[in-house]
Design a protein around this ligand. Structure first.
Ligand SMILES: NC(=O)c1ccc[n+]([C@@H]2O[C@H](COP(=O)([O-])OP(=O)(O)OC[C@H]3O[C@@H](n4cnc5c(N)ncnc54)[C@H](OP(=O)(O)O)[C@@H]3O)[C@@H](O)[C@H]2O)c1
Length: 275
């Protein structure tokens, strides 16, 4: 049996919708907190858990700059005890990380030196390091710019503004939009491999694009599907908010895709499905 935590977030909801089988356990934060290690151990023992999938994270970038301790508690410190308990009961850890552990102009490879430039990226980086140091059996999957039909992601926020006919202020950061649907299929695939390993994987959709061009694509698809004519021009800004973000962030997925026999997935097709 597998135990999933953080199932009320974008990725957690998407995974549960696609693969929510009765013989696995799916918990939202209210029912199981990642920090509640005693409860986690009880569940692991009671249900003889084989895989622990961590969809939980502190993901609010502007707030993480202010609530540094809270962000580190969830994205990093909680993993210290968790890894010990998982080792003790021979449970494999599946953990999601981010391209924001890097700040490079070129492609980012799995084993490349990291250099996060904001608190969220720093906390996720140290989270990875805790797992690498402590865990006997793990897959860390780095991904980027997740979108889904659920609330609180870039696509959802843009569509909300289009519906209200508001102006759009977008920066020209370059990255790789990735559908939570496609990522959940990948995660399901690696869980089912049932292998003991210590691996870092990269998963994203293709191709890389700037935020402003991606926004134009969202508008185009929205207008077409809803027979609407949102025509406001996009106002380019240098920064969204107080948070420093990489100007370019592109995960190289070659070795992951080769290892798991994955074909490139294009975000445009995925975007069409969810708008
Ligand atoms: N979204 C992206 O663009 C993106 C990009 C790269 C990597 N990732 C990574 O992908 C993973 C999933 O992200 P997501 O987009 O699904 O984020 P999300 O929508 O913010 O979901 C995270 C979930 O974790 C929950 N959570 C927070 N603290 C918790 C705790 N202590 N115990 C249990 N649950 C807790 C949150 O609940 P509350 O909201 O109630 O706090 C939320 O439901 C994360 O590891 C994230 O770092 C995301």
């Amino acid at each position: 049996m597998n135990l999933f935590v953080g199932c009320n977030g974008g990725l957690g909801k998407t995974y549960t919708k696609n693969f929510g089988e009765k013989n696995n356990l799916y918990f939202a934060k209210e029912k199981l907190n990642l920090i509640d290690i005693l409860k986690i151990e009880k569940i692991i023992k009671k249900y003889k858990i084989k895989n622990f999938i961590n969809f939980a994270a502190y993901t609010n970038l502007p707030l993480s700059e202010k609530n540094v301790i809270k962000c580190f508690d969830i994205n990093c410190f909680s993993l210290i005890n968790l890894c010990e308990i998982l080792n003790k009961h021979k449970v494999k850890l599946f953990h999601i990380s981010t391209d924001y552990v890097f700040n490079n102009l070129n492609e980012n490879f799995e084993n490349q030196k990291k250099n996060p430039i904001n608190i969220y990226g720093l906390s996720k980086n140290y989270g990875e390091e805790v797992i690498k140091f402590k865990s006997n059996n793990y897959s860390i999957v780095r991904t980027s710019w997740l979108f889904s039909k659920y609330k609180n992601n870039f696509v959802d926020k843009i569509i909300d503004k289009i519906k209200k006919n508001e102006n759009l202020f977008i920066n020209n950061e370059i990255g790789c939009p990735t559908s939570s649907d496609s990522l959940s299929f990948f995660i399901n695939k690696i869980i089912n491999q049932n292998i003991k390993t210590k691996e870092i994987l990269h998963f994203r959709n293709f191709p890389a694009i700037s935020r402003d061009k991606f926004t134009l694509k969202i508008i185009e698809i929205y207008n077409k599907k809803n027979k609407k004519k949102y025509k406001k021009k996009i106002n380019n800004i240098l920064k969204f908010d107080i948070v420093e973000r990489p100007k370019i962030s592109i995960l190289n997925c070659d070795s992951t895709f080769k290892k798991y026999k994955i074909k490139k997935i294009f975000w445009k097709k995925e975007l069409n499905k969810i708008i």
